[in-house]
Design a protein around this ligand. Sequence first.
Ligand code: NAG
Ligand code: NAG
Ligand code: NAG
Ligand code: NAG
Ligand code: NAG
Ligand code: NAG
Ligand code: NAG
Ligand code: NAG
Ligand code: NAG
Length: 334
Amino acid sequence: MRRRPGSWDPLAWNGPWKGLLLAASVLGSCFQPAPGQTQTPVTIVLTPPSPVVGGNVSLAPQNPPQDFVLCSWYRSATAAETSRILTCFPHTPLVQQNGPAHTGLETAGPGCALHITGLTLNDTGNYTTLAPIPHGASGTHSNTLSVPCTEMLPRPTVTPNQTLVLENGTFTLRCNSSPSADTVLWLRDGASLVPSDRLVLSPDNRTLTVLGVTRDDAGAYQCEVRNPVSTKRSEPGTVTLAYGPESVRIDPPGPITLTLGSPLTLTCVADSIPAPSYRWGLNGTDTNQTGSSLTFNPMTLDHQGTYECRAHNPITNRTVSVWSNPCPGWHPAP
Ligand SMILES: *[C@@H]1O[C@H](CO)[C@@H](O)[C@H](O)[C@H]1NC(C)=O
Ligand SMILES: *[C@@H]1O[C@H](CO)[C@@H](O)[C@H](O)[C@H]1NC(C)=O
Ligand SMILES: *[C@@H]1O[C@H](CO)[C@@H](O)[C@H](O)[C@H]1NC(C)=O
Ligand SMILES: *[C@@H]1O[C@H](CO)[C@@H](O)[C@H](O)[C@H]1NC(C)=O
Ligand SMILES: *[C@@H]1O[C@H](CO)[C@@H](O)[C@H](O)[C@H]1NC(C)=O
Ligand SMILES: *[C@@H]1O[C@H](CO)[C@@H](O)[C@H](O)[C@H]1NC(C)=O
Ligand SMILES: *[C@@H]1O[C@H](CO)[C@@H](O)[C@H](O)[C@H]1NC(C)=O
Ligand SMILES: *[C@@H]1O[C@H](CO)[C@@H](O)[C@H](O)[C@H]1NC(C)=O
Ligand SMILES: *[C@@H]1O[C@H](CO)[C@@H](O)[C@H](O)[C@H]1NC(C)=O
């Protein structure tokens, strides 16, 4: 069966290499088999199945004919001359003729095998073999194998865009990882996170957006990255919910019984993250005191009055005032 030659000009060789030209023309049509043509693509076996950066890989046609004229390998999904790695003539000794896509790390082996050493991520891609043409046969087999060259993944890192978040607010976490991670999963406090209306993943899973933040969203976030040869989990990235001040009170609560002349400490207590700043007032006037407690030593009648503690959280921008309640009742020393 005669076929129209494709546009591929294999090696611009003449005469003796008719076999190769024939191979080319058959290849050109092999992806659109003519009716009645019974070619089946050759099966290529990849060893190891998950090639790793720095390692070696072999691509070998399964059950190659014992006796064939030549075979070629290409670094693309088609047998284009510019992507030809090598052509192999199975004489003894085997003859290897390198093509434009040969990088110095590829060698041909028995049975039309292609060996690549010192793999890099750049070796990921499609490899096509124009596989053995048995002597006397008029056809050839070809096939393309996608080779995922992968690496032992480095440990990823998690970066929250803010570590203190507001209730009802939004924050994002980014998982910084090698592109060769093909699965990215998230955990909070060691438990897997399931995406929801409020926990939204980017298409590549590398960004987690938390909407309508609740207290349960605070915690230690980790991402876990996987590929066929490794699984790595990040250090936790901690997100803290800013809230309060709440439950603000002055200790000790009034009325206060004390002995004039002895010391007294008033402490303002608040439930707040981050810790609030404090201001103290007396009888409605700022005292310019900013600590969480106020100490009188010794206590005198001049300290008598109604104390106000004003607690302010700079993140929630909430301020809560409490007064010593009731006004400290003074019980002068008997
Ligand atoms: C890769 O192949 C080279 C050359 O054949 C050999 O020296 C090396 O040990 C192999 N490396 C691995 C990881 O198998
Ligand atoms: C991979 O290819 C890119 C672009 O061609 C090149 O810049 C890079 O150095 C290559 N990396 C390796 C490890 O060969
Ligand atoms: C392999 O070939 C397929 C089909 O032509 C293409 O979609 C894919 O991008 C190729 N892969 C690489 C890594 O070049
Ligand atoms: C968050 O939203 C809920 C419901 O809309 C509301 O009750 C609550 O006060 C909000 N909290 C804050 C800190 O804004
Ligand atoms: C963090 O990301 C969220 C959502 O994109 C955004 O609303 C928020 O302002 C960001 N925070 C900071 C500190 O950039
Ligand atoms: C993205 O995350 C979802 C939910 O955890 C998981 O089922 C899916 O496999 C992940 N996909 C990728 C590409 O990491
Ligand atoms: C607080 O500081 C302001 C300005 O420094 C000063 O005018 C005021 O008298 C001070 N008040 C007290 C009670 O010390
Ligand atoms: C605060 O007010 C109380 C009651 O009016 C008064 O007895 C006290 O002297 C005042 N204290 C000061 C420091 O002005
Ligand atoms: C904080 O609250 C005060 C008073 O409620 C307001 O004037 C101010 O603009 C707020 N600041 C911020 C950053 O929201």
